[in-house]
Write a protein that binds this ligand. Structure first.
Ligand code: IFM
Length: 497
């Protein structure tokens, strides 16, 4: 891999690094905007309305009947109970307990205590009117060391959760891997070791057999790109490596693990549908030079096509392979038959959208829109429309679910105890409107999930960033519906804006 490429990759990873937000945007202490006063403003949390890249949506937008309004979470971010019922250690336990790795030294040991409070949280979901709930299964709860006989107490927890969802008429959507790799597998090389993909397929198979009768939709690997970029390029996520050569071998093994899990589901006889969960960033040239167009195209290869092409076209993008070079660890790690496995037919694509990327002719990136508290996030709802329509245009009419979209805000309860996150309401409104335009223009979108249901452990940012519809007071574990939760309940009730 050329020095230029390596520099470019590290810069790219740094851009998406939420740890890099140590240089905060200065929004943390700002108050939220009054909704009425800023109905045409974009959805940052700042009190000075930002320029809006698009007009306020028409009130009265309705989605197709049966549209799956949902919210999402992940195991390590909400469950807590890190040492209970036979759960093993994950890379995030190790990473977050290592001094200096997370803000304030925060860990997921307790998080939102969802493991103990899941029944209360299920009632919150019902109160919200959710039709779909996306959560993840903790691999180290099912296999403490990442292999062998599944831990029945871990499976029982998820069965109780699934039963509770069915009782409340909320459709479950289960992610098999949301970054909490068993530490024992990391000790054997983690995702750099091809065998981890095989271990993942075994784990998936155990879960399909135990819970397959209760889960209509499975997602394989959450945001493989984030593991690659944050875990292995910038190193601000577990396992904290900075090794570009390893990073793309990891990408291949994550893709392989995805394909093996798809095959395991088919072999298990379970009837659920399955697909990947990809965070897609539209990459635009920063100016109208040919150099910026070419650089944006290659950037798109690393951000999007590496994952989409391998799954939907059975081939890695040639420009990325050429850029990595024939001697790269990734290219040398691809074996005959791997792409056929990776491209095993899926039933749906889960899209997670947060930000666009603007690429200069020199391969750098610039910002064009206001950022949120997460300084890697530029607020640009049109990017969601562009992403959805691009996927349908380039990869065919695979059913799409949006499994994450959201905004961190400095939510603080007022003296009356309410949390007025008006900026988040505007953000969500504008993104829902963009999704609606995509549906109108032919995108087969079946559901939308806000990230996140609850405030939770935001990885390297610890508990400093709040992304939830529901406020969590981490001292008392009291939950409070934010203004956005009340607003979203109405959206669901009306089936639109
Ligand atoms: O909290 C994360 C989530 O785990 C994966 N997608 C992005 C979210 C916000 O950073």
């Amino acid at each position: 891999m050329s020095l230029l490429t390596r520099r470019r990759l590290l810069r790219r990873a740094a851009l998406s690094a939420s740890a890099a937000s140590a240089a905060r945007t200065g929004l943390a202490g700002a108050t939220t905007a009054g909704l009425a006063a800023s109905t045409t403003a974009v959805g940052g949390c700042e009190d000075t309305p930002a320029r809006d890249p698009e007009p306020a949506p028409d009130p009265g937008l309705r989605f197709p009947d049966g549209f799956g309004w949902g919210a999402a979470t992940s195991a390590y971010q909400i469950e807590g109970a890190a040492k209970e019922d036979g759960r093993g250690e994950s890379v995030w336990d190790t990473f977050s307990r290592t001094p200096g790795r997370t803000r304030n030294g925060d860990t997921g040991d307790v998080a939102a205590d969802h493991y103990h409070r899941y029944a209360e949280d299920l009632d919150l979901m019902r109160e919200l009117g959710l039709r779909s709930y996306r959560f993840s299964i903790s691999w180290p709860r099912i296999q403490a060391d990442g292999s062998g006989r599944p831990n029945q107490r871990g499976l029982d927890f998820y069965r109780r959760l699934l039963d509770g969802l069915h009782e409340r008429d909320i459709a479950p959507m289960a992610t098999l891997f949301h970054w909490d790799l068993p530490q024992a597998l990391q000790d054997d090389g983690g995702w750099e070791n091809r065998d981890t993909a095989e271990r993942f397929a075994d784990y998936a198979d155990a879960v399909f057999h135990a819970l397959g009768d209760r889960v209509p939709v499975w997602l394989t690997i959450n945001e493989p790109k984030t593991v690659v970029q944050n875990g292995y390029l910038s190193g601000h996520h577990a396992p904290g490596r900075q090794d570009a050569a390893a990073a793309y071998l990891v990408a291949h093994h994550l893709q392989l693990a995805h394909g093996l899990a798809v095959r395991a589901l088919r072999a298990s006889g379970a009837t659920g549908r399955i697909g990947p969960a990809l965070n897609l960033h539209p990459c635009y040239p920063a100016d109208d030079t040919a150099g910026a167009a070419a650089a944006a195209r290659l950037h798109d290869g690393y951000e999007n096509r590496l994952y989409l092409d391998s799954i939907f076209k059975g081939a890695y993008p040639q420009d990325v392979l050429a850029d990595l070079g024939p001697d790269s660890r990734m290219v040398r790690g691809i074996r005959d038959g791997d792409l056929a496995t990776i491209s095993s037919p899926v039933d749906l694509l889960a899209v997670q959208y947060y930000t666009p990327i603007y690429v200069t002719g020199a391969g750098g990136t610039v910002r064009k829109w206001p950022t949120s508290e997460a300084d890697w996030q530029q607020i640009y709802p049109q990017g969601l429309y562009d992403t959805l329509t691009r996927v349908t245009r380039d990869y065919g009419r695979v059913p799409i679910t949006i499994t994450e979209n959201g905004l961190p805000c400095p939510d603080v309860p007022g003296s009356d105890g309410t949390v007025d996150d008006a900026g988040r309401v505007i953000f969500l409104r504008d993104h829902v409107a963009a999704a609606h335009r995509a549906v109108r223009d032919g995108v087969p979108l079946e559901s939308y999930h806000v990230w996140s249901l609850l405030d939770n452990f935001e990885w390297a940012e610890g508990y400093d960033q709040r992304w939830g519809l529901v406020y969590v007071d981490y001292q008392s574990q009291r939950r409070v519906f934010k203004r956005s939760a009340h607003w979203y309940r109405e959206v669901i009730r009306r089936n639109g804006l």
